[in-house]
Design a protein around this ligand. Structure first.
Ligand code: GLA
Ligand code: ZN
Length: 684
């Protein structure tokens, strides 16, 4: 059985239900602020995220602080049983600050310094910005850290983007000097003799730009690493400021979905006490509802894996998302199901942007728990309140419970950066995340837990490791994978794996250990890229599957390498498409081409049953349904979620009890469309 993780804070060891609250927009309307508290209580809200965009109201002029309004809000919330997640306000600066210190404004890759405006766009390097942020963070911590209602620091908001100003250029050069020591080493690592781009002085180094250098891939990779480093450095300075006052309040920063991969979130994890993220899926897309559910579950699983502990769903929309191409309403049930899905994958909260809808500005049509109507009498409000009641019930049983996984999928941000800049073999697109999703889908549907880890994480605790399109082997990666298989693990690799090192320099030689040829039992001689309308085919386990994007021409090098399937078409017809090699105590499968979800569903069904991977339960899972579970020392709770519109019927192999209703299920369980059941094996 599993374990229970330590609570986020002893002040409130329960699941959180709440969201971003912007009372600074309503300071001249005390009756509205009063009513908010009453409505929060009706909506079963137990926390708010406060102060994210309040800087201009907290420090209206340089060194003039006005905290009174925040004092009374935090006090009033606390008296009503509502806790505060307090933000540092660095995500949006006041006008006066940018006017006095123009260097805090970002410079883009074309060298243009931006005007004041928008948000999330300051220079992470500028000492003036860091100092003003340190001051306000310290003031906030001194005033509020000991407040019994303040439970968590929300550091800034959705870090992202990059700055190309002279200060950042200088910091980048220093970072490179630290990394390489000498220009010779840098030139060699970046292969700058190509096109005569050799650097002869550190000052010649400039960040990548469409007006300058994009052809040196080592430079581009190091720039992305530097941007992550500098953002983390900025975040760490904020954390240090608040922790210097009171080290007991935990810290988080709200991340975005994995497609916002300009930052490497895996590198952030060790600096945060709890991971949180903002989830805005496009529900109800024609023929893609299950795809949406699967996609957001990947990010939930990744967020859980970052620290191998429960995470927070810091933001999600109670209704529509105004920045989507189309602001689709959520159909009845969808909101609750979407929050429950986060819990099912290891979250200990359901939080929203936003609690009260703003009246003006560009987010006035983003939905909120309290709409412009200002009433509890809306469909959205009622569903939020219902969600709050459900979270209270779940919290009692599931708070801090575990989501253990025997399988890991490698999802490496640096690999994604390297793949995105490749010119060839297929500039018309290599769908790294699509490949990951196709590999994940079977596990997601059938209740087999998956962690998402990057190349720096320990693999030794897993039984199955899947490395889709792991083009770049960062330092030590081939040895790590070799050890994993040698020790008895099962490894799956797919085409375009182990091609280049961490500087994006291609590995040399035929079959080499660097490329993992000994473990896979083969080497790749050529790669054919397919036009978008073109497919090849393979037959596996009696069925035919289409192959897309890339087809490798592989040569087996070990007599232990079994050819499980071959290409059906083209001049490489009859050559290996799928292989398995026994190595040490384990085995490694290699798929030489890109396959679709149909193949991976069938392949993993066979493999998961051969390996007897732990499942939520043994049953045939109907269309639209996904299973998962959470467990603690004594109980296992299975989430049956139906993302389809029609009711789904599951056959049960034993009796279960419903967590919310106490109802027993003996032979079968019917779950309505856009609904869920959380069940536990009955004791007798
Ligand atoms: C992000 C931000 C919020 C808000 C929402 C709207 O997640 O953090 O401030 O803009 O998007 O969806
Ligand atoms: Zn800068």
């Amino acid at each position: 059985m599993g374990k229970t993780h330590k609570p986020l804070t002893p002040k409130f060891p329960h699941m959180l239900h709440g969201g971003d609250y912007n009372p600074e927009q309503w300071l001249d309307a005390p009756e509205i602020l009063e009513k908010d508290i009453e409505l929060f209580r009706q909506a079963h809200i137990n926390c708010v995220s406060l102060g994210i965009f309040s800087w201009a109201n907290l420090e209206p002029q340089k060194d003039v602080y006005t905290f009174d309004w925040m004092d009374s809000i935090i006090d009033r919330l606390y008296k009503n049983g509502i806790y505060t997640i307090l933000a540092t306000p660095s995500a949006a600066r006041p006008q006066w600050l940018a006017q006095e210190y123009p260097e805090v404004l970002r410079v883009d890759s074309q060298g243009r310094r931006h005007f004041f405006g928008e948000r999330h766009n300051h220079c992470y390097t500028a000492p003036a910005y860091r100092e003003r942020v340190r001051q306000i963070d310290t003031m906030l911590a001194k005033r509020y850290a000991s407040h019994p209602g303040v439970i968590l620091w929300h550091i800034s908001n959705e870090f992202g983007g990059e700055c190309h100003c002279p200060l950042c250029q200088q910091a980048f050069r220093e970072w490179l000097k630290d990394k390489y020591g000498t220009l010779d080493k840098l030139n060699h690592s970046w292969w700058t003799s190509f096109w005569s781009h050799t650097y002869t002085d550190w000052s010649q180094i400039h960040s990548p730009s469409e007006m300058g250098e994009t052809s040196i891939h080592g430079l581009a990779l190091d720039w992305r690493r530097f941007v992550t480093h500098q953002t983390i450095d900025f975040m760490k300075a904020e954390i240090a400021a608040v922790k210097a006052v009171d080290p007991t309040i935990p810290v988080t920063t709200n991340m975005m979905e994995m497609h916002a991969d300009e930052l490497n979130y895996f590198a952030f994890a060790e600096h945060l006490d709890v991971i949180s993220w903002d989830n805005y899926p496009c529900w109800h897309m024609p023929n893609w509802q299950e795809g949406t559910a699967c996609q957001q579950s990947i990010t939930h699983d990744m967020m859980r894996s970052l620290k191998h502990q429960p995470f927070l769903l810091m933001e999600s929309t109670p209704g529509t998302t105004n920045w989507h191409g189309v602001s689709k309403l959520k159909k009845p049930g969808m909101h609750t199901l979407s929050v429950v899905n986060a819990i099912a994958h290891g979250a200990d909260s359901g939080q929203y942007f936003q609690l009260r809808q703003s009246r003006g500005g560009c987010e006035k049509f983003h939905s909120a728990v309290i709409s412009h109507a200002g009433t509890a009498n809306t469909r959205t409000f009622r569903e939020v309140a219902q969600t709050g009641r459900i979270l209270e019930a779940l919290s009692e049983k599931l708070y801090g419970s575990d989501t253990p996984a025997e399988t890991a999928i490698l999802m490496d941000t640096e690999n994604k950066w390297a793949l995105s800049q490749c010119r060839g073999p297929r500039n018309d697109g290599l769908d790294y995340y699509g490949n990951i999703r196709n590999n994940y889908h079977y596990f997601w549907k059938n209740g087999i837990h998956v962690d998402f880890v990057d190349s720096t994480y320990d693999l030794s605790g897993y039984r199955l490791v899947i490395a889709p399109m792991l083009y770049m082997f960062r330092r030590g990666m081939s040895e790590k994978l070799r050890q994993f298989v040698r020790d008895g693990g099962t490894l799956i690799t797919t085409c375009f794996t182990g091609v280049a090192d961490e500087n994006d320099l291609c590995f040399l030689g035929e079959a080499t250990e660097e490329k993992l040829s000994d473990v896979l039992g083969l080497w790749i001689e050529e790669v054919d890229a397919l036009y978008s309308h073109e497919t090849n085919r393979m037959v596996w386990d009696g069925k035919t599957y289409s192959l897309y994007e890339l087809c490798e021409i592989a040569r087996p090098t070990a007599c232990t390498c079994e050819i499980l399937s071959t290409y059906e078409e083209d001049f490489y017809r009859g050559m290996p498409a799928l292989t398995r090699n026994r190595f040490g105590q384990g085995e490694a499968y290699h798929l030489c081409a890109t396959a679709g979800q149909d193949f991976f569903d069938a392949f993993y069904e066979k493999l998961a049953s051969e390996m007897k991977l732990e499942r939520a339960m043994q049953t045939a899972v109907p269309a639209g349904v996904s299973l998962t579970w959470r467990e603690n020392e004594t109980q296992k709770w299975i989430f049956v979620q139906n993302f389809g519109d029609a009711p789904a019927n599951l056959t049960l192999n034993q009796s279960y009890t419903d967590l919310l209703t106490g109802e027993p299920y003996r032979k079968n369980l019917v779950v309505d469309g856009l609904s869920f059941a959380i069940i536990t094996p009955s004791s007798s």
